[in-house]
Design a protein around this ligand. Structure first.
Ligand SMILES: [Zn+2]
Length: 348
């Protein structure tokens, strides 16, 4: 086995950190698609200058639902609809709650595009906005505010992945699952890769292509994946998490070494997203072997020298300030010195 023992220690501590109690995670489910870039998560981001807007006029069969990972006791719910300038308020609709995520009960009706309510039904698992018949414009939700115990995690990094499976419609279920997973991990990726002044994207397109011969790649706000690869490897969601890391890395500088760009993405994948799945690294590994081998090297240097090493490397690469001397500045050791140290720990 090539992995040093401390890597496993790091894996376990990372897992424990992720399992710690915190605000309850929320996902949005809706029959309505996003129009003009006004994504769903803008309705629950704590910012009332942003809003969700559907791509069509809703009917009474439509809904916009916040689904909670765990039940909470809700003290109050307030919903404001319409754009910040007041137009496109919901003319008529109902606020509903559910204690199992399946059966919903009406709680209050909208007046002037607003509703405020205090549920008395105990624990809540989902909160739903249902337009009544007769809407004349798209559903526009400016902000949902919920006071609860425990609290809910608002979308700190609002994101929406739009899926394109026109090449392989039979992959829709897989692609939707991958997209929701990447959206769910987007805040954690952005926390790891945050830097002064950086503004993350709100929209990513994820297309599966039959003509694409690699595994997956990312550029700008677009991820392209191979239909064949993901048909053959349906559990390889980590490859899409890796591409989502590239979207967030968003390096513009050409001076960043490719092995480190890939190593940083695989570090997130194998040491934060799916710890324990690293598998075998190169048999005669060096720090610049890229991908998972570099990820293992970064995990070594992180554990030994600086728990914040990868976030710092990311910030420097994003600012175009990475140089071969960067490792010495951050750890006190040059890359060849770190490499020799790391290699001496392997296989023990
Ligand atoms: Zn990559």
């Amino acid at each position: 086995m090539l992995l040093p023992r401390f890597v496993f220690a790091l894996l376990f501590s990372t897992t424990a950190a992720c399992a710690a109690d915190g605000p309850v995670v929320v996902t949005v489910e809706s029959t309505l698609n996003t129009g003009s870039g006004q994504i769903r998560q803008f309705a629950f981001d704590g910012d009332d200058t942003t809003y969700f807007r559907s791509d069509r006029i809703p009917t009474e069969a439509d809904h916009f639902t916040l689904v909670l990972d765990a039940p909470v006791v809700v003290k109050s719910i307030a919903v404001v609809t319409g754009k910040p300038d007041g137009v496109e308020r919901l003319e008529a609709g109902t606020l509903e709650v559910s204690d199992d995520g399946k059966t919903f009960h009406p709680l209050a009706t909208f007046t002037d595009g607003r509703v405020t309510a205090v549920p008395n039904r105990g624990e809540v698992r989902a909160i739903r906005i249902k337009p009544s018949a007769g809407s004349t414009h798209p559903l526009t939700i400016r902000e949902v505010s919920i006071e609860s115990n425990p609290t809910l995690a608002r979308f700190r990094y609002p994101i929406e992945f739009a899926v394109d499976v026109s090449d392989a419609p039979e992959m829709k279920e897989w692609a939707d699952k991958a997209a929701r997973l990447c959206e769910r991990w987007y805040p954690r990726i952005n926390e790891e890769f945050k830097s002064e002044g950086f503004k993350p994207r709100h929209h990513v397109s994820m297309a599966l292509k039959t003509s694409y011969k690699g595994v997956a790649e990312a550029g700008g706000s677009r991820i392209t994946g191979s239909v064949k690869f993901f048909k053959d490897h349906p559990r390889d969601f980590g490859a899409m998490i890796h591409e989502t890391c590239h979207i967030v890395q968003n390096y513009q500088s050409r001076g960043n070494p490719g092995w480190l760009v890939e190593g940083v993405a695989d570090y997130f994948r194998f040491f934060i997203f799916e710890p324990g799945n690293l598998g075998r690294i190169n048999p005669d590994p060096h720090y610049n072997d890229s991908y998972r081998t570099t990820a293992a090297f970064l995990a070594y240097a992180t554990g030994k020298y600086d728990i914040g090493l990868v976030p710092k490397l990311n910030a420097l690469m994003r600012e175009g300030k990475y140089t071969p001397e960067t490792f010495k500045a951050l750890t006190g050791k040059t890359l060849p010195e770190l490499d020799a140290e790391w290699r001496s720990t392997l296989g023990k």
